[in-house]
Design a binder for this molecule. Sequence first.
Ligand SMILES: [Fe+2]
Length: 202
Amino acid sequence: MSFTLPALPFAVGALSARGMCQETLELHHGKHHNAYVTALNGLVEKNDALKGKSLEDIVRLAYGKDDLQPVFNNAGQHWNHSVFWESLSPNGGGIPGVLEKKLVEDFGGVEQFKEQFKAAALGQFGSGWAWLVLAPTGKLKIVKTPNAATPLATGEGKVLLVLDVWEHAYYVDFRNRRPDFTDNFLNRLANYENAAAKLQKA
Ligand SMILES: [Fe+2]
């Protein structure tokens, strides 16, 4: 069975009033993400050892293996983008009490969390991702990864929220201004409800 592009959990134009326009989502979801899914299916088709495996298994299995780097890149990007769409909301930016309490406990406050997350998003040189994860220690932690790398493979924690900081994520809306894109995400787009639900399930 081949992998398929997941539908966006909101209408393609639903974020346009909050700093992510329809053109961005049509390109990012419909072209970039779709291309990773198509490429992954082509690679799995040619590799019997990967056939029938889950996306998560393929990401973990291919991580750090030179001969499987194209598989890792496309599988990682498919997984990362799937989590990214869940990290966005047309009603984003509001932090539920259960998550706020944990952010205060582990970072000292909501503003401190946002500062650390922004530092990770801006500190990721070139393409990559900024993540809020629940570390194996039970504490929330900010992680950044390059290119297709993902906490799913590195074991740094269970992912609660992610921001794509590849240029294709922000160039239409914010040109080269990654700091503004990150602020807009943290304050107006981030689906903290989804993050809080994942925290409670963990
Ligand atoms: Fe992306």
